[in-house]
Design a protein around this ligand. Structure first.
Ligand code: URA
Length: 244
């Protein structure tokens, strides 16, 4: 059982004051009858709650994809900088978190959910889901660079015994040059270390000039989303992540 105003707040319907007003004005019905008391208790599993003509159906887990723009941080809270959750302003973001992080200047696919178990599993080293990045570079990679990037290289991480903690094997394909004539490559990683792509490119003497994530597992960035836009994941996309 849950208080009606709390239940409505979980759907992101408005501030406490707005919710109280909606209830007072008869905008909410419970099992067909106007619910006029904010503190009445409802059973989330059996009561039918309708707000302005639409039934509120309780969803335990919610999954979104965001096309993250430059200048936004992948955190849930920050006093000064816009966070990825600020971009989901129309949703109830209270219990949402991004699945992993992108650097402030990295754009592209970020999955955001309140399914903590999925986040944990997708980021655990045992399951680490594939992540594909589009990378615009300062100059072309040589065959030797490509070989090193794909086989695994030393990016400065150290194991407990003091030996270099080499990156895991990765795969790379070459793209066409971008509009400014800079080489573009696509790199798929099976792990997720801090600033990994930038550090891998630095380790072969190159520099990342632009970085965008385009895929996580089987979930591909929806190119119809402008930077800063988001949408719900489809059932198919959700099950591909749950079964990863
Ligand atoms: N690798 C990076 O260097 N930055 C990111 O944001 C993601 C992967």
């Amino acid at each position: 059982m849950k208080r009606l105003d709390k239940y409505l707040a979980d759907f992101g319907i408005g501030t406490r004051k707005q919710i109280k007003d909606h209830i007072k004005n008869g905008a909410v019905t419970v099992n067909g009858a106007p619910a006029l008391k904010a503190d009445m208790h409802i059973d989330e599993n059996t009561d039918k709650v309708v707000f302005m003509g639409s039934e509120l159906v309780f969803e335990k887990f919610r999954y979104y994809m965001l096309n993250k723009p430059d200048g936004v941080i992948s955190a849930t809270k920050d006093g000064r900088t816009t966070t990825v959750l600020n971009l989901l302003g129309d949703e109830n973001t209270k219990d949402l978190s991004p699945v992993g992080r992108l650097d402030i200047d990295t754009e592209g696919l970020l999955i955001i959910t309140n399914d903590g178990q999925l986040i944990h599993r997708l980021l655990s080293p045992a399951h680490h889901v594939d992540k594909e990045y589009e990378i615009h570079l300062d100059h072309e990679l040589t065959d030797t660079d490509i070989d090193k990037l794909c086989k695994g290289l030393d990016i400065g991480d150290v194991k407990k015994d003091g030996s270099p903690d080499m990156t895991m094997p990765a795969s790379l394909r070459l793209g066409d040059n971008d509009n400014e004539g800079r080489p573009v490559v696509y790199l798929t990683l099976h792990e997720g270390r801090f600033h990994q792509v930038k550090r891998m490119m630095e380790a072969v003497g190159n520099k990342v000039l632009y970085l965008r994530r385009i895929r996580m597992g089987k979930v591909v960035l929806d190119e119809s989303l402008d930077l800063g836009e988001y949408r719900r994941l489809t059932d198919e996309e959700i099950s591909s992540l749950l079964n990863n």
